[in-house]
Design a protein around this ligand. Structure first.
Ligand SMILES: NC(=O)c1ccc[n+]([C@@H]2O[C@H](COP(=O)([O-])OP(=O)(O)OC[C@H]3O[C@@H](n4cnc5c(N)ncnc54)[C@H](OP(=O)(O)O)[C@@H]3O)[C@@H](O)[C@H]2O)c1
Length: 274
């Protein structure tokens, strides 16, 4: 299993299981299937309302806690220093864990709130209850606000990234600042049908005798971007992880680069105040 090293030395498996919209009754089995088939990284969030089921599946899996990388996130209504500390404890309790591997601020909520919330994450990190901290849905200027005003640089930035929203400049900034980029919606989420019929992707999938989702995931692995495809379907959970026995060549990477449109599926965080 390939891992990336975060700027504090913590190792993070490059492929994990996404769980947004995975209902508690489905996510329990999804996590068990994932852990049984090699995954060691689960992504959740307070707002997904499935932390309890995920915690239970982790316990029941028989896989050692220290082998699994668990991420959860601070929701918008809990932003601010004191609120964030409280929300973190609630997440930890729901997960039934002593610590998480990564705690992220879920969305940008204004420059002041961002700093207040991030300072709470810093103190959680110092307490050892989160092995790494970071942000999600942050553009370069949001990251700069944290870097300029906080003590511990973010370790991860989780943003929408897929073959039609490739984020090359954000990735470059993250690399320069030792921030690990993490791709959500790697299969284009609700618009997965567009990905499945993309001709460039179909051609490359045929070349390697792989599926289009496997090519989309492998393309992120080639870029050293952490990727968290979501599925509650056992066969898909298994095939989405089966991406370590081939690699894309330079020509494939060039072809995929050409299908970038820069168009987002999710809302632009600078324009929405949840
Ligand atoms: N930080 C944030 O704000 C944020 C926002 C969005 C997502 N995320 C995280 O990123 C994860 C991934 O993003 P996402 O869930 O939006 O979208 P995604 O992983 O791009 O796509 C998930 C969709 O693809 C389907 N699917 C999965 N594997 C497939 C395969 N091999 N063949 C055909 N269909 C397949 C799933 O269906 P089935 O489940 O029915 O199999 C589901 O409908 C989330 O679950 C969440 O953990 C974070």
């Amino acid at each position: 299993m390939k891992k990336v090293k975060l700027n504090n030395g913590t190792e993070m498996p490059i492929v994990g299981l996404g769980t947004w919209l995975s209902a508690p009754e489905d996510v329990y089995n999804a996590v068990l299937t994932a852990l049984k088939n090699g995954y060691r990284h689960i992504d959740t969030a307070m707002i997904y309302r499935n932390e309890e089921a995920i915690g239970k599946a982790i316990k029941d899996s028989g896989v050692k806690r220290e082998e699994i990388f668990v991420t959860t996130k601070l929701w918008n209504t809990d932003q601010g220093y004191e609120q964030a500390l409280k929300a973190f404890d609630v997440s930890l309790k729901k997960l039934g864990l002593d610590y998480v591997d990564l705690y992220l601020i879920h969305w940008f909520k204004g420059y002041k709130k961002a700093v207040e919330s991030y300072r709470a994450l810093e103190s959680i990190y110092k307490s050892g209850k989160a092995k790494a901290i970071g942000v999600s849905n942050y553009n370069i200027h949001h990251l700069m606000n944290i870097i300029n005003n906080c003590e511990i640089p973010p370790m991860v930035n989780q943003v929408e990234t897929h073959v039609t929203l490739q984020n090359h400049f954000l990735h470059e900034y993250c690399l320069e600042n030792n921030i690990q980029l993490e791709a959500y919606a790697p299969l284009m989420s609700s618009r997965i049908k567009e990905l499945l019929k993309n001709e460039v992707m179909l051609k490359i999938a045929e070349k390697y005798n792989k599926t289009v989702p496997q090519i989309a995931i492998r393309w992120l692995v080639e870029r050293n971007i952490v990727v968290i495809p979501k599925s509650v379907t056992p066969s898909r959970i298994i095939s989405n992880y089966d991406v370590f026995d081939f690699s894309l060549d330079e020509e494939d990477m060039k072809e995929i680069r050409k299908i970038n449109t820069g168009r987002k599926i999710f809302v632009e965080f600078d324009n929405v105040d949840y």
